[in-house]
Design a protein. Structure first.
Length: 524
């Protein structure tokens, strides 16, 4: 009966909205804001009680101290109710009545509020062990610009076909909320997340709206937020596509009718891959590849999709067109020579160097549930194509697009030869973002093709495949470039082009030029 009443109210509201769009959006925003009953914090930290997924974790080489950058880190508990929904061409319909939940958000902001730029980067915490790839690739970038970062717990994915991967002999939790409570049962005793994972979409919308409100319990109260940009990778990239396509972006509005989220960076999630679309609720049937529901919906947000060659190699088809229009602003960026998230932060370091994983291992988390990547047993270096640098430039372009209306550059798609990626005479991919390493190569980026290094021939399914930096022999380099100096001149020129065309930030360009000097001295 309650569900029927809710659906009936929803139908009447949609009819009412037809003639009063802005007023209705404001009404929906007010209603949804009331679903969060409290935000408590900052939660005190100290000896024996630390934030899980802290930015600075002693012993984790992928962590970073915030104090030298003038930043502080705070954690808040968010308590409220949210519903799960079913698909409808006209927007989501309530499946089940509201579920109570208590989740958490991590805020990293300038210690001096006057330094705040007005831009907030919002990342859904990955449902498996708390991965926050967007932070790891952007940390220095956003702090140097005075931006705020917020990580939000929006589910465990322990239920339904899209659940987190499980070890058959699992002896410790995997889902984000449950593993957080395992990490510190006392600090996180208040966390509560229902079995129904479908509430995640409404929870994300409500938290975003809270962060842009004048409510007294808003952690960002008093700060003028000009734009909020969402970013996520793999699962949390797919999360964004569903959020947009199923109408949650359209419903997530401020009192003035503007969207809560102004831009989205959908990372390494393709609509043409099975995991590129998540269920709306636990038992929703799988939305098959090719279904129209997977086609990116046009909204008033700016969207950049960032794919690697692995997503394209798994299968591709017609994508949302690049557009500069107010409705449906979109870019598709594809980068070869890298796979999924292996190169996002630092390809020389394993996932055990990530803050969340390091924290778990330090508390006795089973090592077998954090397997070492097999690429590190191979004597050949993993691909060093600077995925993270291109991602930072993509986020910067998204930031400019939202704030100033400055449209990002356009890129070709990765070239195909039939259904496989097309490759040049060296063996590197054609098309896509043209890294300098492809235009003036020192190496072939791909799988190992020899037979004398069995540890380099690890054949695993997506997304755990790895690519290597198969260096060209010195005689080949001299044939191509005549001298190390000439090579460096060519490489520097390519980096300058990428910076000029906004594919790289100037600071990343300088870093890559310095690395090229080291590579050249070793290889020639």
């Amino acid at each position: 009966m309650e569900i029927g009443i809710l659906r009936d109210k929803g139908t009447r509201m949609k009819q009412f909205c037809a003639g009063m769009v802005m007023a209705c959006l404001a009404l929906l925003a007010t209603q949804a804001s009331a679903q969060i009953s409290s935000v408590e914090g900052p939660v005190p930290t100290g000896p024996g009680s630390s934030i899980f997924i802290a930015a600075d974790v002693p012993g984790a080489r992928l962590s970073i101290p915030l104090t030298p950058y003038g930043y502080v880190e705070e954690e808040y508990f968010v308590k409220g109710t949210a519903a799960a929904y079913t698909h409808s061409p006209s927007g989501p319909n309530v499946l089940r009545a509201k579920f109570p939940y208590t989740t958490r958000i991590i805020v990293r902001r300038p210690a001096d509020p006057k330094r705040f730029s007005g831009v907030v980067h919002f990342e859904p915490i990955h449902p498996t062990q708390g991965y926050v790839g967007h932070w790891m690739v952007l940390d220095r970038y956003l702090m140097s610009r005075g931006d705020i970062y917020v990580a939000a717990g929006v589910g465990d994915a322990d239920k339904g076909w899209s659940g987190s991967p499980h070890n058959p002999k699992e002896s410790a939790p995997v889902g984000s909320h449950s593993v957080t409570k395992w990490f510190d049962p006392l600090r996180y005793s208040a966390l509560q997340w229902p079995e129904e994972e479908g509430i995640r979409y409404e929870v994300m919308a409500d938290i975003g709206r809270k962060l842009r409100s004048d409510d007294k319990d808003n952690p960002l109260r008093g700060m003028s937020v000009k734009a909020m940009l969402v970013g996520g990778w793999s699962y949390t990239g797919s999360f964004q596509r569903v959020f947009i396509n199923e109408g949650f972006h359209d419903r997530a509005r401020l009192a003035n009718g503007r969207p809560v989220f102004d831009g989205y960076l959908i990372g390494v999630s393709s609509q043409w891959n099975d995991p590129g679309y998540l269920p709306l609720y636990n038992d929703e049937p799988f939305v098959p590849v090719g279904d129209a529901r997977r086609n990116l919906k046009k909204t008033d947000a700016r969207v950049i999709e960032f794919l690697t060659e692995s997503e394209v190699d798994l299968g591709t088809g017609p994508q949302a067109p690049d557009s500069d229009e107010r409705l449906g602003g979109h870019r598709l960026y594809e980068l070869g020579g890298v796979i999924h998230v292996a190169n996002l932060a630092d390809p020389t370091l394993s996932e055990r160097e990530e803050p969340a994983v390091a924290q778990l291992l330090q508390r006795g988390y089973p090592l077998k549930q954090v397997p070492e990547e097999p690429v590190f047993s191979c004597p050949i270096a993993q691909s060093d194509i600077p995925e993270g640098a291109f991602v930072r430039a993509a986020v910067d372009n998204l930031r400019r697009w939202v704030l100033d209306g400055q449209a990002p550059p356009r890129a070709e798609s990765l070239a195909l030869n039939g259904k496989k990626l097309a490759r040049d005479e060296v063996g590197n991919p054609k098309g896509g973002i043209r890294a300098a390493e492809f235009v003036v190569p020192l190496a072939r980026y791909g799988r190992y093709e020899g037979s004398d290094k069995p540890s380099c021939r690890e054949d695993r399914p997506y997304p755990f495949v790895f690519l290597l930096r198969n260096e060209l022999y010195p005689q080949e380099l001299y044939r191509r470039y005549q001298s190390p100096r000439h090579y460096l001149d060519l490489y520097d020129s390519e980096i300058d082009r990428l910076v000029r065309q906004r594919w790289l930030l100037p600071e990343d360009g300088l870093r890559l030029k310095a690395k090229a000097i080291e590579d050249t001295a070793r290889q020639f």
